[in-house]
Ligand binder design. Structure first.
Ligand code: SAM
Length: 289
C-alpha cells in the first residue's frame, strides 16, 4: 500500500468528513446512554500541516487553511461549522500547524461511558496512533484490517458492558478504486446482521458521478431505515482524473442530522471551492415513520 494520509490531511475531503463526524458525535451525546465508535481506517491520529508530506501536495492550503481564513471573518458561523472548528482547535494546544485525524476527534468527544476502537492496517501508522491516544483509556487501537475487525467488534461490548448504540466510520484510501465499493457494502451488510441499529458513516471520493451509481443502487438495498448522502464538490464533477469532491454516506443517521449539517456546507464550498463548486444532500432511502 502506497497511501499515506499525511499527504492529504486537512484537504476539503477531510474537512467535510470531520465536520460530519463531529455533528454525529454531538447528536449521539444528546442521550446519556453510552455509545461505541469503530473507526475502521483510522490513520495516525495527528498530522503536521507544515511537514514535508502536507507541504508537497499543498492540499491543506486549499482546504482547512482557506476555511480558517474565511471563518476568522465570520461573525456567527453556522453551529455545525463552529463546533467542528472548535473541536479541531481543541486538539491543537501548542501545535497550531497540526490537524487531527478522525480517531483523535472521536477520542476527544468521548464521555467516561463511551468507547472507541480504532483500526489501522499499517504498522507505523498504527504505532503513531497508539502514541496519540496513549492518554485515553476509553480508546483502543487495533493494528489490523478494519473490515475483518468489524466482524469481531460488533455487536459492541467492552468486558461485561454491552452497548445499544454504535457509530462505524469507514474511510478507506480507495487505492483499489471501484473495487473498494463491494468491500464496503459487504462489510456493512455483514455488520448490519450483527448490529442492525448501527449508524454507519462512509466517506467516498467523487470523480465522475456515473461511477457512483452502482454503489448507491447497492446501498439502497441494504436493510437500513434511511440513507443520506452529503456531498461537497469543490469543482464540477466531470473530471475523471481529479478528486472533484467527496461525500459522506450516512446509514441510519440520527434524527434530523441534515438540519445541523446543511447550513455549514455553503461556507465550506465558498472557502474551499473553485468555479462551479456546490453541495448537495440526497436521501437514497428515507424513513417514512
Ligand atoms: N480516517 C482517517 C481520518 O479521517 O483522519 C484517515 C484515514 S486514511 C483515508 C485511510 C487509512 O486506512 C490509512 O491510514 C491506511 O493506512 C489505512 N488502511 C488501508 N487499508 C486498511 C485496512 N484494510 N484496514 C485498516 N486500515 C487500512
Amino acid at each position: 500500500m502506497n497511501y499515506r494520509h499525511g499527504f492529504h490531511a486537512g484537504n476539503h475531503a477531510d474537512v467535510l468528513k470531520h465536520l460530519v463526524l463531529v455533528s454525529l458525535l454531538d447528536a449521539l451525546k444528546k442521550k446519556d446512554a453510552p455509545f461505541f465508535v469503530v473507526d475502521t481506517h483510522a490513520g495516525r491520529g495527528r498530522y503536521d500541516l507544515a511537514g514535508l508530506q502536507a507541504s508537497r501536495t499543498g492540499e491543506a492550503k486549499a482546504g482547512i487553511r482557506k476555511l480558517w481564513s474565511l471563518a476568522a471573518g465570520m461573525p456567527s458561523p453556522p453551529p455545525a461549522l463552529a463546533r467542528y472548528l472548535a473541536a479541531v482547535a481543541a486538539t491543537q494546544a501548542g501545535t497550531p500547524d497540526s490537524y487531527p485525524g478522525s480517531p483523535l476527534l472521536v477520542s476527544q468527544a468521548l464521555r467516561p461511558q463511551d468507547r472507541l476502537a480504532a483500526c489501522e492496517l499499517l504498522p507505523d501508522e498504527a504505532a503513531a496512533l497508539k502514541g496519540v491516544l496513549a492518554h485515553d483509556p476509553r480508546s483502543h487501537v487495533h493494528a489490523r484490517d478494519g473490515y475483518a475487525a468489524l466482524k469481531a467488534l460488533l455487536p459492541p461490548r467492552d468486558g461485561a458492558t454491552r452497548f445499544a448504540r454504535a457509530l462505524v466510520l469507514i474511510d478507506p484510501p480507495y487505492e483499489a478504486q471501484d473495487e473498494e465499493y463491494p468491500l464496503i457494502t459487504g462489510a456493512v451488510a455483514d455488520a448490519l446482521q450483527r448490529f442492525p441499529q448501527g449508524i454507519f458513516a462512509v466517506w467516498y471520493p467523487i470523480k465522475q458521478r456515473p461511477s457512483l451509481h452502482p454503489f448507491f443502487r447497492k446501498v439502497a438495498t441494504l436493510p437500513v431505515k434511511s440513507a443520506l448522502a452529503i456531498e461537497l464538490l469543490v469543482r464540477p464533477d466531470d473530471s475523471p482524473l481529479r478528486m472533484n469532491g467527496s461525500g459522506m454516506l450516512l446509514l441510519n443517521p440520527p434524527w434530523q442530522i441534515e438540519k445541523d449539517i446543511e447550513p455549514a456546507l455553503k461556507p465550506l464550498a465558498q472557502a474551499m471551492g473553485e468555479a462551479g463548486a456546490s453541495w448537495r444532500l440526497t436521501w437514497l432511502k428515507q424513513d417514512k415513520a
